[in-house]
Design a protein around this ligand. Structure first.
Ligand code: ADP
Ligand code: MG
Length: 545
């Protein structure tokens, strides 16, 4: 792919230059949308570095002039008959920082608020998300220094004791970066509070000492930016600052999180099976993080709203699903009901060579922007289907592609013969089905009996290499049962499929995909294929008529 971009760099530049600025009429300006003020999604485009330029890659990421916080990415696609063509993708965030913006400006814009919020007893969290080499560590490191400066320079009102813990989380292992990377454990105490057992907490004595701590921790995480298999790109770096107000016996918290690189598993294939598994685990933890952030924003909206939505169930915040969100339990546990403010900075490498990962990063950022519903009745925005199962996902429809949920494409791609087949004969990954779980399965999965039960098929249960349990904890793919998905089995309904649940969202008739809630569904329990449409306005799926 890189070679294709390099070979066509001159053509790419010409095509981009010829583009006319065309603000699309149906674009919703960030300012007119109601997203939560406690959840801000920013994006930072780093400058093109000397090495990107030397490699011959042009810039592919452009903040849109005249439209606030909108960014365009122009990608180049091979055309089977003729020269390559340009395709453009548009993304909307809450705050966009171009390559000229300094970290100090980002601090003033987004992070200073978190600091004073935590100083007064709230929980402030900052995440930097993005592909390896996109500027996460560059950003978080400098922000840590600026935060520490503010906390230690005596300008904030009142007296506080400030404690620092800096850890690194790789899979389910954790290491203390303030104690020579000593392994520590993540445990839950009898009060349900997550403890970083064995981690040293440093009571900050002065500015110089804190700067030294931060420097020391970052030296343990430093790896060359070009090494996508470097340790820091495969682990989350978490700086936790506890701010204790002795006179009021209250405590604020600040978390600054430098997330693991979000590269797709296919980009690390060259590094072998272990590395791929690691990447899959990282991606799962980033997916759980997304669901937790969305769930938390929804839960807060319900709490405040009291409107028509408050009659509906509380959204589930799956913070127990990954080590990262367990460490951040304070932020996500709906039971803790502490006031939280969260900032996510999506970091972008603007080089054409990184255009794929940059699109993924901005898609992720868009998914975190939970647009609050204004009324209970939501008009379904027309969504044109992708033109084929392998069609590149375009901007907001991208979620379908990213989640393998090109449901429209599934039914469209049937050959005429396939279309005649009964639905149980053409089950395939990505297909959405309705199913009838037994009441005990409903209660295990936390589904309400009166709801429509939907799931997306991931793969035959026998195709999964690790043991898979069904909702009741029964092992479904023991070694001798690997080929249970043969023709005969599917005919008599004994085949079983690993599926992810699609559960009701907060609005009427809206659904969301919970990729992390997987269960095995026997063919016999499946009822029919269901076509879902994604609505970019509400970021939910709706059952297509
Ligand atoms: P990541 O942590 O996402 O893997 P890094 O923070 O290590 O990425 O950044 C990769 C490279 O880009 C580093 O050499 C870093 O100094 C440089 N860099 C990142 N952001 C900026 C920026 N805003 N301005 C200048 N250089 C940057
Ligand atoms: Mg890094």
């Amino acid at each position: 792919m890189d070679q294709f971009y390099l070979d066509n760099a001159a053509l790419y530049r010409t095509l981009v230059k010829a583009l006319k600025p065309t603000p699309s009429p149906n674009t919703v300006d960030a300012a007119t949308e109601t997203t939560s003020p406690d959840m801000v999604v920013g994006a930072r485009i780093r400058p093109l570095l000397g090495e990107d330029v030397a490699a011959g890659f042009p810039c592919a990421v452009f903040p849109r002039t005249g439209q606030k916080s909108v960014v365009d990415i122009h990608d180049l696609y091979n055309h089977p008959r003729g020269r390559p063509i340009l395709k453009s993708f548009k993304y909307q965030v809450d705050s966009l920082f171009d390559s000229q913006t300094t970290t100090e400006e980002i601090y003033g814009n987004l992070v200073a608020k978190l600091v004073s919020f935590a100083w007064h007893g709230g929980i402030g969290t900052l995440f930097a998300y993005g592909q390896t080499g996109s500027g996460k560590t560059f950003t978080v490191n400098r922000l840590e220094q600026l935060v520490a400066g503010t906390l230690m320079d005596g300008t904030l009102e009142g007296q506080r004791k400030v404690y620092f813990t800096i850890i690194e989380l790789a899979g389910s292992s954790a290491y203390d970066l303030l104690n020579s990377r000593k392994p520590i454990s993540i445990l839950e105490d009898s009060f349900g509070v997550t403890q970083l057992a064995g981690a040293e907490e440093h009571c900050a004595q002065g500015r110089a000492e804190v700067m030294d701590l931060i420097e020391r921790a970052s030296s343990f995480r430093q790896t060359a930016p070009t090494l996508k298999n470097g340790a820091s790109s495969r682990s989350h770096g978490i700086c936790r600052i506890r701010i204790k107000n002795l006179s009021a016996d209250s405590e604020g918290m600040l978390y600054l999180v430098d997330l693991a690189g979000s590269e797709a598993a296919r980009d690390v294939v060259a590094h072998g099976a272990d590395r791929m598994r690691e990447t899959r685990d990282i991606n799962m933890s980033l997916s759980v993080l997304k669901d937790c952030i969305r769930g938390k924003v929804m839960a807060d909206a319900l709490e405040l709203g009291g409107g028509p939505m408050s009659k509906q169930r509380k959204p589930h915040v799956p913070f127990r699903q990954s080590a990262l969100t367990k460490v951040l339990k304070h932020v996500f546990d709906p039971a803790s009901s502490r006031a939280c403010k969260t900032v996510v900075i999506a970091c972008i490498n603007p080089s054409l060579g990184d255009v794929g990962p940059s699109k993924n990063t901005l898609r992720y950022a868009e998914m975190l922007r939970v647009v609050r519903p204004k009324t209970e009745e939501i008009q379904l925005v027309a969504v044109s289907p992708p033109t084929g199962a392998n069609a590149p996902a375009t901007d907001s429809k991208a979620m379908q592609g990213q989640l393998g949920l090109a449901t429209r494409a599934c039914s469209r791609n049937l050959s005429p013969n396939d279309a005649e087949l009964p639905f149980k004969k053409r089950i395939r990954p990505g297909m959405v089905v309705s199913w009838f779980p037994a009441p005990e399965v409903c209660s295990v999965l936390g589904l309400l009996e009166e709801d429509v039960k939907l799931a997306v098929v991931l793969c035959p249960a026998g195709a999964v290499s690790k043991p898979v349990k069904d909702a009741l904890g029964n092992l479904v793919n023991p070694e001798d049962d690997r080929h249970a998905d043969s023709e005969d089995d599917s005919a008599d309904g004994h085949a079983r499929y690993l599926c992810a649940l699609i559960v009701p969202g907060l609005m009427a008739r809206a659904y969301e995909l919970n990729l992390w809630r997987q269960t095995v569904i026997p063919l016999g329990m499946m009822e029919k294929e269901v076509i879902l449409q994604y609505d970019s306005g509400t970021r939910y799926y709706y059952i297509s008529a």
